[in-house]
Design a protein around this ligand. Structure first.
Ligand SMILES: Cc1ncc(COP(=O)(O)O)c(C=O)c1O
Length: 462
């Protein structure tokens, strides 16, 4: 059978994503589609049965095929607007293509995929990863690279590991990814914070902390920061690496969304010192399939064997099945075309969100303006708390994230919201921001009223 069925599937998925096919709606008959695509009825049946396997459509005997309810793109008032979920957009996950890769991997590697495997990661996958990292200006060798079970594993292990500089404390941006804060807390590690705003960090302050606080490493998310959506300039990245070199501090660079960067000139910190000062971590969870639990870490040669000891005691090795299938997906070029598609999707969604915030949010509300990535953050006016906004919006089925868990206790702020574009339907972004703007104004006005008309003290005595 030709691969035309993939084209039919793609067309139907597009209809689902754009809302032209609605929940419960009947799909065209097999005969009509076969005429439309000039293909056999079997090809259409194959496309429909694959979509059924993906739970996007279902069949009713003697009636036809229908769209599954969950994929309804309602434009009515009750539609859920999800700025909360942070997994990749389900509509662009390449399930079917990847299923082929899993089958091919099993055929090729057979039982090797179902037993213990190389604790550093399969060599042939590492070779593919080295090639992929070159697109991100990370030039390294398979020997320096370790495959880990998600970047969270690498972060967790690095917190507990001794480093060649013999230092003890960890520096983090404030705010930062809460999964890393959890690792710090569980390990009872001593952590210092440096404030990161939408304008960046204070480099003089960074130097002061590096000089005085026995910093083992600085954990940094340089592109499309979680939760802020902030990106550093190349100048800042270079400067940070220079300071790290000067004060013998390591950098742990979490480039989780680097692949989405539309700016081809933007470089990772790693590229400013590839010799080992920067430990580079590449997750596949946001741009690909998080369930694979595969990420890559590039380590300084002198840390490699110790890192492997820590990894071994944590899980022996990362899933060989995931590794085998990912290797084939990378090697076949499918990953490159997937990346091209998702770069476009997330860039467009983010642009829509930034434009909506620009035109609709009250003047004294500040927000980041990322060019892509998953997150945009909103700094609320004083006395309007994230909790209040989350609560009010929830009642309207609009979900946003209170970012207070991204702070160490001494930096805690309750006026930061994180909006994720990964799962939100583009058509609903504007309405979501309109409602958000109304909530901010309402709470702000209420606060002003209280200030202008204070409740007389003696009222409490009544
Ligand atoms: C900034 C950042 N780093 C790392 C991770 C962990 O990703 P994974 O372990 O799935 O690669 C996440 C997950 O959300 C994240 O947001």
């Amino acid at each position: 059978m030709s691969l035309k069925y993939l084209k039919i599937m793609e067309e139907i998925k597009l209809g689902l994503a754009t809302g032209s096919l609605i929940a419960g709606g009947k799909l065209p008959s097999v005969r009509r589609l076969s005429q439309h695509f000039s293909c056999s009825k079997n090809t259409v049946i194959k496309a429909y049965s694959e979509l059924e396997k993906e739970h996007l459509i279902y069949s009713v005997p003697k009636s036809g095929y229908y769209v599954v309810a969950e994929f309804q793109h309602r434009t009515n008032e009750n539609e859920v607007i999800d700025f909360l979920s942070a997994g990749p957009d389900k509509n662009v996950m390449p399930y079917l293509e990847f299923q082929h890769c899993i089958n091919q991997a099993i055929e090729h590697y057979k039982e090797e995929l179902f037993t213990y495997s190389d604790q550093q990661g399969s060599y042939s996958l590492r070779v593919q990863l080295v090639k992929h990292l070159q697109n991100l200006q990370v030039f390294t060798q398979a020997e320096r690279l370790v495959v880990v079970s998600g970047s969270q594993q690498a972060l967790h292990l690095l917190v507990s590991m001794p480093f060649p500089n013999g230092k003890n404390n960890i520096l983090i941006e404030q705010p930062t990814y809460f999964g890393f804060i959890e690792s710090l807390t569980l390990h009872q590690a001593t952590a210092f914070g440096i404030e990161l705003s939408m304008k960046g960090i204070d480099l003089d302050r960074l130097e002061y902390i590096f000089r005085n606080n026995d910093i083992k490493f600085f954990y940094i998310i340089p592109r499309f920061h979680n939760p802020l959506g902030h990106c550093y300039t190349n100048f800042e990245k270079k400067k940070i690496v220079e300071l790290a070199e000067k004060y013998d501090v390591y950098i742990v660079e979490d480039d989780f969304l680097g692949d989405l960067d539309p700016d081809a000139k933007s470089d990772p910190l790693f590229s400013f010192n590839p010799s080992g000062r920067v430990i580079y971590i590449k997750s596949f969870s946001k741009i690909f399939l998080p369930g694979l639990r595969i990420a890559a870490v590039v380590l300084p040669s002198l840390m490699n064997s110790n890192f492997l000891r820590y990894k071994f005691s944590s899980d022996f090795n990362s899933s060989a099945l995931s590794q085998g299938a990912l290797e084939i997906y990378l090697k076949s070029g499918m990953f490159t075309s997937h990346l091209k598609k998702i770069k476009e999707v997330y860039h467009t969604k983010m642009q829509t969100l930034v434009e909506a915030c620009d035109s609709l949010l009250p003047a004294h509300t500040h927000f980041s303006k990322p060019t892509s990535g998953f997150y945009l953050s909103i700094s609320l006016p004083e006395h309007v708390t994230a909790k209040q906004i989350v609560h009010m919006l929830n009642e309207q089925h609009i979900y946003v994230d209170d970012a207070s868990r991204f702070f160490l206790p001494e930096y805690k702020r309750d006026t930061l919201l994180r909006l994720s574009i990964s799962q939100v339907n583009t058509n609903t972004i504007k309405r979501g921001i309109e409602q958000l703007a109304q909530c901010i104004t309402l709470i702000d006005d209420r606060n002003d009223d209280r200030k202008n008309h204070p409740i007389p003290n003696n009222l409490f005595l009544l």
